[in-house]
Design a protein around this ligand. Structure first.
Ligand code: ARG
Length: 459
C-alpha cells in the first residue's frame, strides 16, 4: 500500500479491506468541484495574508485551476488508496506541481474542508430545487385556471363530503408546494455559512482571514464558533427534512392520481408518455410514474432517519461517523429533482374527465349541507336542521331518490318558509359557486387564489 498522507506516526501500512471500508472516494467525488473551489479560496487567502509566498501560492493556484479544467473536460482519476476527495485532489495536485502542493493544507484540516465542500454542495442545489418546485407550481396554476368551474366531489374520510372545484383542489397543492419553496429558501440561511478556517476544531495560530475565504466562496458569513463549524450538520438535516415533507406532498398527490386513474373513478387520464403498459394484459395503462414517485418517498425519509440517527449521539467535534452524512443527501438531490420534473410533466399532460367528476356529485347527497344551511337561514337552529336533513337523506337512500326529488309541498311541511329557490341551492355547481368565504371553493375565491399565485410565481 502507498504511504498515507497522515502516515508519519504509523509503523505498518493499512489493510486493504480497512482502506476500502474507511474510504469515501466512491461517493464524495461528487464534491470534487466544491473541493477544488474550497482549496482555491484557501490558497488565495494564504497568499494575501503572506502565510505562503506569492510564488508558492501561484503554483498551487495554477495547479488547482488545471485540475478544475481537467475535471470539467474529462474527469479526474481518483483512487481508493487516497481515501477521500480531499486527499485525492491533494495527491493529484502533488503529481502536477510537486511537494509544494503540501503547503495547501497550512492552517486547514479535512474537518473544515469537508464541511466547506458539503455546504457548497447543498447551497448550489437549493436554487435548482426551488426552480423545479416553481415549474410544478406553474403547471398546477395553469391546470387550475382551466378548471375553476370543474365540479368534483370533495372528500373527508374518503367519503363524499361536499362538492368542490377541481381548481380549488389543485390550488391546495400549490399552497403545499409554496411552503416547500419557503422551507428550502430558509434552508439557505443555515447553509450559507463558511466553516473554512475552523481547521480541525479549534481554529489556528496562522493569521488566516476567514472573512476573505467566506467572501471568495460566496458565503454570507463565517461560522462564529470553530467547534460548531466542524460539528454542525443541521443544514443537511434541514435539507433532508424539507425534502421529506416535499415527498409527503408529492406522494399524496400521486396517491390521488393513481386512484383517480382507476376504472371506478376515471376522473383523469394520464398521457401515454407518463404511463406504461403490461407485458401480459393488453388493455392496461398503468400510472407507474406516479407510483414510483410515491415509492421514492421511502428512500428520502430513510436518508433523513439515517442522518438523524448518525448525528444524535455524536460528541463534538468531528467523528468519522459523519462521513455517513453525504450519500443520503446526494441521493435525495438526485431523487427529488426528477420527481419534481416528472410530476410537472404529469400535471401538464393529464386529461380531465370533467363529466365524470361532475357526475360523481349528482346522486351522492353531498348537497345535504346545502339543505341544512338553507333551513338554518330560514331560522331553524342548525343542529335541528342537521337532524331533519339526516332523516331526509335516510329516506332518500331507502327510496332511491335525491334531495332535489322532494316536492315543495313536503319541504313546506318541514318549514313553511321553504321556497322554490331551494332547488337552485341543491345543485352541486351552485353549492360550489356560493362558497365564497375567504379561501373557499367558490369560483370567485378560486380565481382570487390563482391571481395571487401568479403574483407569487412572477416575483
Ligand atoms: N472523508 C471524511 C468525511 O467524509 C473527511 C473528513 C475526514 N476527517 C478526519 N479527521 N478523518 O467525513
Amino acid at each position: 500500500p502507498i504511504k498515507k498522507m497522515w502516515g508519519g506516526r504509523f509503523e505498518k501500512g493499512g489493510d486493504q479491506l480497512v482502506d476500502q471500508f474507511g474510504a469515501s472516494i466512491s461517493f464524495d467525488q461528487e464534491m470534487a468541484k466544491e473541493d477544488i473551489m474550497g482549496s482555491l479560496a484557501h490558497v488565495k487567502m494564504l497568499k494575501k495574508t503572506q502565510i505562503l509566498s506569492g510564488a508558492d501560492a501561484d503554483k498551487i493556484i495554477g495547479g488547482l485551476n488545471d485540475l478544475m479544467t481537467e475535471l470539467e473536460e474529462q474527469g479526474l482519476p481518483f483512487d481508493v488508496e487516497n481515501e477521500d476527495i480531499h486527499m485525492n485532489i491533494e495527491a493529484l495536485l502533488t503529481k502536477k506541481i510537486g511537494p509544494v502542493a503540501g503547503k495547501i493544507h497550512t492552517g486547514r484540516s479535512r474537518n473544515d474542508q469537508v464541511a466547506t465542500d458539503f455546504h457548497l454542495y447543498v447551497k448550489e442545489r437549493l436554487p435548482k430545487i426551488i426552480f423545479a418546485l416553481k415549474d410544478l407550481q406553474q403547471a398546477l396554476v395553469n391546470l387550475a385556471e382551466k378548471n375553476v368551474e370543474t365540479i368534483m366531489p370533495g372528500y373527508t374520510h374518503m367519503q363524499h363530503a361536499q362538492p368542490i372545484s377541481y381548481g380549488q383542489y389543485l390550488m391546495a397543492y400549490f399552497q403545499m408546494f409554496q411552503r416547500d419553496v419557503e422551507r428550502f429558501t430558509f434552508n439557505k440561511q443555515h447553509t450559507d455559512l463558511s466553516p473554512l478556517g475552523a481547521a480541525a476544531l479549534a481554529g489556528t495560530t496562522f493569521p488566516i482571514d476567514r472573512e476573505m475565504t467566506t467572501a471568495l466562496l460566496g458565503f454570507k458569513k463565517p461560522y462564529a464558533n470553530s467547534l460548531d463549524a466542524v460539528s454542525d450538520r443541521d443544514f443537511a438535516l434541514e435539507f433532508l427534512s424539507n425534502a421529506s415533507i416535499l415527498m409527503v406532498h408529492l406522494s399524496r398527490l400521486c396517491e390521488e392520481i393513481i386512484y383517480w386513474c382507476s376504472y371506478e373513478f376515471n376522473y383523469i387520464e394520464l398521457s401515454d408518455a407518463y404511463s406504461t403498459g403490461s407485458s401480459i394484459m393488453p388493455q392496461k395503462k398503468n400510472p407507474d410514474m406516479a407510483e414510483l414517485i410515491r415509492g421514492k418517498s421511502g428512500r428520502v425519509f430513510g436518508s433523513l432517519m439515517g442522518l438523524l440517527t448518525t448525528m444524535k449521539g455524536l460528541p463534538l467535534a468531528y467523528n468519522k461517523d459523519m462521513q455517513e452524512d453525504k450519500e443520503g443527501v446526494f441521493d435525495t438531490v438526485k431523487t427529488i429533482l426528477p420527481c419534481l420534473k416528472v410530476m410537472t410533466g404529469i400535471i401538464e399532460t393529464l386529461h380531465v374527465n370533467k363529466d365524470k367528476m361532475a357526475h360523481a356529485t349528482q346522486h351522492d347527497f353531498s348537497n345535504a349541507t346545502e339543505l341544512a344551511d338553507y333551513l338554518a337561514t330560514k331560522g331553524i337552529p342548525f343542529r335541528r336542521a342537521h337532524e331533519i336533513v339526516g332523516e331526509l337523506v335516510l329516506k332518500g337512500i331507502k327510496a332511491g331518490t335525491d334531495l332535489a326529488d322532494i316536492p315543495l309541498s313536503e319541504f313546506k311541511q318541514i318549514d313553511t318558509r321553504v321556497e322554490d329557490d331551494v332547488y337552485q341551492v341543491l345543485k352541486p355547481a351552485v353549492a360550489v359557486q356560493r362558497r365564497n368565504s375567504l379561501g373557499g371553493t367558490g369560483f370567485d375565491q378560486v380565481k382570487a387564489q390563482i391571481t395571487a399565485a401568479k403574483q407569487i410565481l412572477n416575483k
